[in-house]
Write a protein that binds this ligand. Structure first.
Ligand SMILES: [Zn+2]
Length: 296
């Protein structure tokens, strides 16, 4: 892992999760911390090699792969953690991620691994959209909800760290149904992102791009395609499980991992909930099954 400088004050550490780095003299802040203690340790190594002292962690959202390194960095370097509301609740109580994946019940052991259950970390400051001072640099917190309830991006020096708003073509073509928690917000966020002109966009899971429009288009087409395909399946009433099973099969997916099942299940629920609230589909209770069907 190494630091890639973008401007005097902005850099990032490329990886499975790109870690944003803001620097001001020897003071520094990071945007997200990766999956676990090892990610935290690697970030520390890179920063120390550059003579940087970590003061602040900004978390974009509460998925385990974005805040799993918090615990190590907050404990060892006494870094303060900034996170948006809602996300902060999960970052300090990470069991809530597997809990919501398991419909609110105590999660089964398949959902208690580090990919969905990070170590808890304190959150020192709740961040709101708008201007924020971080290590004496002015940054702007940009709301980017959809992929996660209250996800935010960080704009600094005309560079936007845009978290998990967009995934690469490679990831989408492989996984077909990218995680979304709020489809309506996700569509609006993609629309807003499409109108943004910055010098550089740094998504968390793919290479930085100067123009985000191509990635937005791919993600928009994917989301609209899933909406269309779910509606096509609802020409007759179906349960959530039936919709999910038929959609996955038609996309050539063969789910074998329980955790993946639950992540996609949540995402399908997000789509069904969106279509229901948009009055495009209805609910029919039949033989103690909740069935979805197209609105007349
Ligand atoms: Zn995420």
């Amino acid at each position: 892992m190494e630091l890639v400088a973008v401007t005097t004050n902005v850099a990032y550490i490329p990886g499975v999760v790109n870690i944003g780095v803001l620097r001001n003299g020897e003071r520094c802040a990071v945007i997200d911390t990766g999956l676990d203690k090892d990610s935290g340790r690697n970030i520390r190594k890179v920063l120390e090699a550059e003579g940087l002292k970590l003061e602040i962690i900004i978390n974009t959202h509460s998925h385990a792969d974005h805040f799993g390194g918090n615990d190590y960095l907050a404990r060892n370097l006494k870094a303060e953690v900034y996170a948006p509301s809602i996300e902060s609740g999960i970052i300090s109580n990470p069991i809530l991620e597997p809990v919501y994946l398991f419909h609110g019940a105590t999660p089964i052991r398949n959902l208690r691994n580090k990919f969905v259950l990070a170590k808890p970390s304190p959150v020192d400051q709740i961040i709101e959209p708008g201007k924020l001072e971080v290590i004496d640099l002015e940054v702007e917190i940009i709301p980017l909800p959809g992929h996660c309830f209250n996800q935010v991006g960080v704009l600094v020096d005309n560079i936007l760290f845009c978290a998990d708003t967009v995934f690469s073509k490679r990831v989408i073509d492989k996984y077909r149904i990218p995680v979304v928690q709020d489809v309506g917000s996700h569509l609006k966020t993609l629309d807003r992102l499409n109108g943004m002109e910055y010098d550089l966009f740094i998504p968390a899971h793919t290479k930085p791009v100067e123009d985000i429009k191509g990635l937005v288009a791919k993600n928009m087409v994917t989301t609209q395609g899933i909406i269309k395909d779910i509606k096509a399946l609802l020409n007759e009433p179906k349960t959530t499980e039936r919709v999910m099973s038929e959609l996955c099969t038609s996309y050539g997916l063969d789910l074998t991992v329980v955790q993946q099942y639950y992540l996609i299940h949540m995402t399908i629920m997000a789509y069904l909930g969106y279509l229901y609230d948009e009055k495009q589909i209805d609910i029919e209770m039949d033989g103690n099954l909740l069935m979805w069907k197209l609105s007349p």
